[in-house]
Design a protein around this ligand. Structure first.
Ligand SMILES: [Fe+2]
Length: 108
């Protein structure tokens, strides 16, 4: 991962470590590596896709542990919804801290 993304990684790490369903640090490193391979072969804006890879599972940090570990399909579905809902403000806070361009999608 390029050094310019280190600050986002450092800010995301506590959230990734707080998830209990799986090792989100390990998982996210794998997603980042996969994204880097994709970016070598496909068109895409790495300044959007690498931060997205780093941040995509931060919302699990706020999902109650019993829902993350539940085997019930209704709980699993609810946990999936919650992690998306909780991710948005976490991601917004982190990207604000690193002065990420708010209109990045319009920059190209
Ligand atoms: Fe994931």
């Amino acid at each position: 991962m390029k050094e310019k993304y280190n600050q986002i990684w450092e800010l995301a790490s506590p959230y990734l470590k707080a998830g209990v369903m799986k090792d989100f640090v390990l998982h996210t490193k794998g997603v980042i590596s996969a994204m880097e391979i994709i970016l070598q072969n496909e068109k895409g804006d790495e300044d959007i896709l690498i931060p997205a890879a780093i941040l995509h599972d931060t919302g699990w940090s706020k999902v109650p542990a019993h829902l993350q570990k539940s085997k019930e399909s209704a709980d699993k579905r609810y946990a999936m919804e919650l992690h998306l809902e909780y991710a948005a403000p976490i991601i917004s806070e982190i990207l604000t801290k690193v002065n990420y361009a708010p209109n990045k999608e319009n920059a190209n």
